[in-house]
Design a protein around this ligand. Structure first.
Ligand code: SF4
Length: 391
């Protein structure tokens, strides 16, 4: 049965609650809360004045957080469904109220050059600023906060829970963290004090100013570059390509660690020509040292195509290497050796991976132990907030 976004965002849905809440409770959550977020500016659960908006006439507001720049009338919400105009002031409705928490390997995000082998305490809320027809987390991303059960978890408690769970980082993930910007920002600030960096697992659909502010407090970013054509972004994700490319350039200039993932969708963005152009742009406009992951699509949500042929993923890997990318990886598929980190200087295998498991890590002091080449990345927690690591 096909659902329209409008229908899902407007109607309550027990499926979403049924899938999101058990994960929260499994991690020891406190259950749905009717209380406000203690001591951090919110009265009603999840409600806090938003960052990045402008007042317009007749009590309307303009949200300046993401490229949609929604203009919102009083008592209405923006496209993402989690930001609301109340009497001419703009509010986030998901501050401190995640709908799920989980402790994942950081390789699942995936971040391969940022504290490999560590755990990421992962949180998500309702809502998204895109609608990808293949979304794996549509049962939270395409819903409004009141349609999901949530827990009360202010930023300091997020960090405390991460420490308690033995996680090296807090990951803002599953749905799009741009739309819970204020919560992510405050978690990042709280984590810096105890060296538990926040990482943002994002579609990169954010305006420059808020992104630059985030680079000051986050540890790393992963961006899904969903394709290299405007057509795919418009028709399959209900977004646009150029703002994402702009975000990648902002990350590069800010010097924060970042990696890129491309989900190869059967017949829609997986041609040799598109992969070559994408990889050439990454190597030329960003750096050959930015890790580039190609992931295999499986049917989800509204897009029911056959899974990407394994040969297509392998071809993308080879093409990106030929275009000059030094660190290329595959995901959601078993291709022996192609998820390993290999020294571009001497060919030595440096990190051996099996699925999300790091089987061995031979990087020593950030260098290849055989030829001494510097391997870009963040390898020690002491360096979690280091800047300028891609030469
Ligand atoms: S963050 Fe939400 S409200 Fe703001 S511009 Fe983007 S979609 Fe619209």
């Amino acid at each position: 049965m096909a659902f329209s976004r409008r229908r899902m965002m407007a109607a309550g849905c027990s499926l979403a609650a049924a899938t999101a809440l058990p994960a929260a409770l499994a991690e020891g959550g406190k259950g749905a809360s009717g209380k406000g977020v203690s001591g951090e500016g919110a009265g009603e659960a999840g409600v806090k004045e938003a960052s990045h908006w402008e007042a317009l006439d007749k009590k309307r507001v303009k949200c300046t957080l993401c490229p949609r720049e929604c203009e919102v009338a009083d008592m209405e919400r923006g496209y993402c469904g989690v930001r609301e105009n109340r009497g001419g002031k703009y509010y986030t409705l998901v501050y401190g109220t995640p709908c799920t928490t989980h402790n994942d390997p950081i390789e699942k995000k995936p971040l391969f050059h940022y504290l490999p082998g560590s755990k990421a305490f992962s949180i998500a809320t309702a809502g998204c600023n895109m609608e990808c027809l293949f979304c794996q987390n549509w049962n939270i991303s395409q819903f409004r906060p009141e349609q999901l059960e949530t827990i009360d978890l202010p930023p300091k408690e997020v960090v405390a829970r991460a420490v308690e769970a033995g996680s090296a980082v807090v990951a803002h993930t599953y749905n799009e963290p741009v739309i819970f910007y204020e919560y992510m920002y405050d978690c990042a600030v709280a984590g810096r004090k105890v060296n538990v960096p926040s990482v943002m697992i994002s579609n990169g659909y954010i305006r420059e100013k808020p992104m630059r502010e985030l680079t000051e407090v986050l540890g790393a970013v992963k961006v899904d570059l969903k394709a290299f054509t405007e057509k795919f972004y418009r028709e399959t994700c209900h977004g646009h390509l150029q703002p994402v490319l702009d975000t990648l350039k902002v990350l590069r200039s800010a010097g924060i660690w970042f990696e890129i993932v491309v989900l190869l969708v059967t017949g829609l963005n997986d041609s040799a020509d598109e992969v070559k152009r994408l990889a050439g742009w990454v190597a030329g406009e960003l750096s050959p040292d930015v890790p580039l992951h190609f992931s295999r699509y499986s049917p989800y949500y509204k897009l029911q195509l056959p899974p990407t042929p394994v040969r297509t993923v392998e071809r993308a890997y080879d093409l990106a290497k030929k275009e000059g990318c030094n660190y290329v990886y595959v995901g959601n598929v078993s291709l022996p050796g192609k998820a390993n980190t290999v020294c571009p200087g001497c060919g030595e295998v440096l990190i051996e991976r099996l699925g999300f498991l790091v089987r061995s890590n031979r990087i020593k002091d950030g260098k290849c132990p055989k030829c001494g080449r510097v391997i870009p990345g963040v390898w020690k927690t002491e360096d979690a907030f280091k800047r300028g690591i891609i030469a």
